[in-house]
Design a binder for this molecule. Structure first.
Ligand SMILES: [Cu+2]
Length: 660
């Protein structure tokens, strides 16, 4: 490997601010030097992942200065496929552990940056694949864009023993053409990344490559830019109301630390609320992140294997965007840079990766009283912490919102370009279906003539390490229902809550239920409010479908987390990834299903709440050629955490508004 101009010994001397701060460029280089000295980085070993190995929670809470600073690296020898999971101590300057993976049992390391380039070369050099392209009229493969897709684990085509990807093809005939508009359907190359060869080509059917341009930046397609939008300017003449000190963020009563990881992207730490009466910080969340997402496609034909774990297989943090003021974020913005690493473990700084700002959010509360004549309005505001990442065709924005009234919200914005295939019988000629008659090709929407977008899901997993007023928490499932007419309910109008305490891990594997308004309340088992009831925060799910793949399917075994909306586990520092540490070609069963195997007590314990959410995406013509943002997420609301509305002290917004 080559060295860069930045040397570890030049910059490693700066004192560590906090054990949860992201690893610095100097630390990555120092860790790399330790691994090199231990002989772990012989050519052609590459880094599939490199990041901070956070200290266990009890160490951080006990003494932030005493923790051992560690990094974790996933190393893969691209010549042999040998994969090693390494933990290195920067404090002790030594290798803590180096475990060799058994890929058939453990799974494979994530996709490397260099895999994208090598897959393109390997595929285009293969005679059988070239013949398949030539038969479809593509003799010049320089026009073809190859899309390497993680293989999954189906027990076919050696996917249980080869480090491999499956490759779909798209045509980009001119420089600005949108390749996704022109899929070459029916053919896929299976590429062995170690042997560096195509070992199988599936060639099942031929359909015309859709011809209509998807170049949304071409005036011929979009028309001239409209001229009717007047400017909107956000100004905060006195600056924002938050302060950022290193990675510590404060806004109104909220405080938290901001982190960033190559694999899971933005992480939030030690989220708390400043209690004015008690004069102390009330913890709410020790850590919050979205450590996995899976996007399974529902076309059962030759592309049945199409399902990306964007986080565990591709590493969403690696593709973080550098944000632009005025384009991506409006107003008084504070940015944090992110330090990511490449295949060789070399650090690279992404400027303006994390955006922090506050937003007006309409009415906070309002009342015109018919008796006392008081007429008052207050404005809601939220603190926004966000980043955007581009993973192949899709772009995802991860947004965390903190509101004046103690509400926390996570919102994911999905945009970018649909993944496409050819539409059988499409193109408005002959085979087009009548409304309600889609039995021939029921798995996709025609979004342009002859162009299909298969139905799919975007299923995210939120890891919410809850600390509502301390470590001792419990979870209650709360349903609402009406009661039947009876002696106590003669007119049938009764409404009741049914509260079920989830006391063991096996009991806390739950699905949302919109018909019951189901929520999950995380309560302190030590602190009470003025009514003597436990303080709490309630998780409001969206109640969209969980994983639709058959429970017996190979995908369901690998995406076990996604089969349910709620899991609750006893805190274990090793339980970071809901689909397991090594997701790529994992045979299944790793992650949450394994975490709960011990069926531990979760009532009054240090617990982690895991929440699956996200849309089942039936694409619309309006999603093409570039998709307006689709939102999904969840809300955490204080529930008896405060003794009353905590925003009575918010002043009226301006002089011309009534102060009552
Ligand atoms: Cu989608």
């Amino acid at each position: 490997m080559t060295d860069t101009a930045v040397r570890a010994d030049e910059t490693a001397s700066s004192p560590l601010a906090h054990p949860l701060d992201p690893a610095t460029a100097a630390e990555y280089l120092a860790g790399r030097d330790i691994m090199a000295a231990a002989g772990l980085l012989a050519e052609p070993v590459r880094f599939a992942y490199y990041g901070l190995e956070e200290p266990p929670k009890d160490e951080v809470l006990a003494d932030t200065k005493a923790t051992d600073r560690r990094l974790r690296a996933f190393l893969v020898n691209t010549g042999t496929g040998e994969s090693t999971d390494v933990v290195v101590s920067l404090t002790q300057k030594e290798i803590v552990s180096a475990r060799r993976l058994d890929p058939g049992k453990d799974g494979q390391m994530p996709i490397l940056d260099s895999d994208f380039a090598s897959v393109d070369e390997i595929t285009k050099a293969d005679p059988q694949w070239r013949a398949a392209m030539a038969r479809r009229g593509y003799h010049d493969v320089s026009q073809i864009r190859t899309c390497p897709i993680t293989a999954g684990m189906f027990g076919v085509a050696d996917d249980d023993r080869r480090r491999m990807v499956r490759v779909l093809a798209f045509v980009q005939a001119r420089e600005h053409y949108l390749a996704w508009a022109h899929p070459v359907d029916g053919v896929a190359a299976y590429v062995d990344l170690v042997e560096k060869k195509v070992f199988k080509v599936t060639d099942e059917f031929e359909l015309p490559v859709p011809a209509e341009s998807g170049d949304y930046d071409d005036e011929a397609l979009r028309g001239p830019h409209r001229t009717t939008l007047k400017p909107i300017e956000i100004t905060q003449p006195e600056g924002p109301s938050f302060t950022l000190d290193g990675h510590a963020l404060r806004w109104q009563d909220w405080s938290m630390r901001i982190g960033f990881d190559l694999r899971e992207g933005l992480t939030l730490h030690q989220v708390g609320w400043h209690d004015h009466d008690g004069g102390h910080e009330r913890p709410v969340l020790y850590r919050a992140s979205i450590p996995e997402m899976v996007v399974p496609y529902g076309d059962p034909k030759f592309r049945y294997w199409q399902a990306y774990f964007d986080t565990g297989e591709y590493l969403v943090g690696k593709f973080v965007n550098s944000l632009e003021l005025g384009c991506d974020c409006l107003g008084e913005i504070a940015y944090l840079d992110a330090t990511v690493t490449d295949d060789t473990g070399q650090p690279r700084t992404i400027p303006n990766a994390i955006c922090i700002h506050e937003e007006d959010f309409g009415i906070l509360w309002k009342h015109t009283d018919i008796f006392n004549g008081s007429a008052q309005s207050r404005r809601q505001r939220r603190l926004v912490v966000s980043y955007f990442t581009t993973v192949g065709n899709y772009d995802y924005g991860f947004y965390w919102y903190f509101y004046l009234d103690g509400t926390i919200e996570c919102e994911i914005k999905a945009t970018g370009v649909l993944f496409t295939s050819a539409y059988p019988g499409g193109g408005g000629s002959g085979g087009a279906s009548l409304p309600g008659q889609h039995s021939e090709h029921p798995y996709s929407t025609e979004v342009a003539p002859g162009l299909a977008a298969p139905f799919h899901q975007h299923l995210f997993s939120a890891r919410l390490d809850m600390t509502v007023d301390g470590l001792a928490n419990a979870v209650e499932e709360v349903d609402v229902s009406g009661l039947p007419i009876g002696p106590d309910n003669p007119y049938g109008n009764a409404i009741v809550q049914t509260v079920t305490r989830l006391t063991r891990e096996s009991q806390a594997v739950r699905r949302a239920d919109g018909s019951r308004g189901r929520t999950w309340r995380i309560v302190s088992t030590e602190q009470a409010n003025r009514f003597g009831r436990p303080t709490g925060y309630t998780l409001y799910p969206e109640a969209a479908p969980a994983l639709l793949a058959d429970p017996e399917s190979p995908l369901a075994k690998r995406a076990g987390f996604a089969a349910n909306h709620l899991w609750v586990t006893r805190y274990d520092p090793a339980h970071r990834w809901p689909a397991g540490d090594f997701v790529n070609q994992n045979p299944g069963g790793a992650g949450l299903p394994a975490f709960i195997a011990g069926d531990q007590d979760i009532d009054g314990a240090d617990i982690v709440v895991w929440h699956t959410f996200g849309p089942t995406h039936v694409p619309r013509p309006e999603d093409w050629p570039v998709m307006p943002v689709a939102r999904c997420g969840f809300v955490l609301k204080p529930t008896g955490f405060f003794d009353r509305n905590p925003t009575l002290d918010v002043p009226p917004p301006a002089r011309h508004c009534s102060a009552g």
